[in-house]
Write a protein that binds this ligand. Structure first.
Ligand code: GDP
Ligand code: MG
Length: 226
């Protein structure tokens, strides 16, 4: 007869599973991560042979820094000084052989962008989100000092409409006080709860200090299903 596990035993099992995933994630991300290509249009995307995890956020939110922190590299993703210059989907491959891809989507919400550029961005991102069968998850980055802006809400609606589930990642948490961070996180979580495709829990991260990076690696691995 099998005995039902006690609450402590279940908890210990869950902890062990989490630790195992974190270990595998850190090993994978410190292994092969290669830039594959930049796709200015969908037709340049690689064959959809492996799961993809996409990253999006306003320009300057800390997307390149987060990609560098996740992969433990200094400059796998260029930390750009010219906001909004990149208008392409940048694809990175993880694992040898490739287990999944990271898709760095062009930043949005930059002030000086001409209408035409914004329209092109929207059309590229919308068609990617709607049509990409191998897209398993999107990570939407939000600057913890600013919280959600109107352009973020627009992005959230696009993700909801495309039925692509997404995690909200607060960035640069080293830059604000713990009390302020708590307030912003509560506000963002409240809003996220109203979006059908948003995960209820937020990720609090600092690429600079490494906070939340290990957990995010494990989450990405779980999302990719590898
Ligand atoms: N203090 C701090 N600064 C950060 C962090 N992440 C990014 N930054 C800074 O924010 C600026 C924009 O970062 P970047 O990664 O280029 O943003 P992107 O435009 O979204 O790719 C750079 O000056 C980074 O050094 C962080 O976690 N902590
Ligand atoms: Mg960047």
């Amino acid at each position: 007869m099998t005995k039902a596990l006690s609450e402590e035993e279940l908890e210990a099992q869950e902890d062990a599973r989490r630790a195992e995933l974190a270990k595998r994630a850190s090993k994978l991300f410190s292994g092969r991560v290669d830039f594959l290509l930049s796709a200015p249009q969908l037709k340049f995307l690689p064959e959809p042979t492996v799961p993809e995890i996409a990253f999006c956020g306003r320009s300057n939110v800390g997307k390149s820094s987060l990609l560098n922190a996740l992969t433990g590299r200094r400059s796998i993703a260029r930390t750009s000084v010219t906001p909004g210059r990149t208008q392409e989907l940048n694809i990175f491959e993880v694992g040898d052989p490739t287990l999944f891809r990271l898709v760095d989507m062009p930043g949005y919400g930059f002030a000086k962008a001409p209408v035409k550029v914004v329209e092109r961005w929207k059309s590229l991102v919308k068609t990617y989100l709607r049509g990409r069968q191998v897209l398993h998850r999107t990570l939407m980055l939000v600057d913890s000092r600013h919280g959600l802006k109107e352009v973020d809400r627009e992005m959230m609606r696009m993700l909801d409409e495309a039925a692509v589930s997404y995690r909200i990642v607060l960035t640069k948490t080293d830059k604000i006080k713990a009390s302020a961070l708590e307030a912003v996180a509560a506000k963002v979580a409240d809003e996220a709860a109203k979006h059908p495709a948003a995960f209820p829990e937020l990720h609090l991260t600092s690429s600079e200090k490494g906070m939340g990076i290990e957990e995010l690696r494990a989450a990405v691995l779980g999302d990719a299903g590898v």
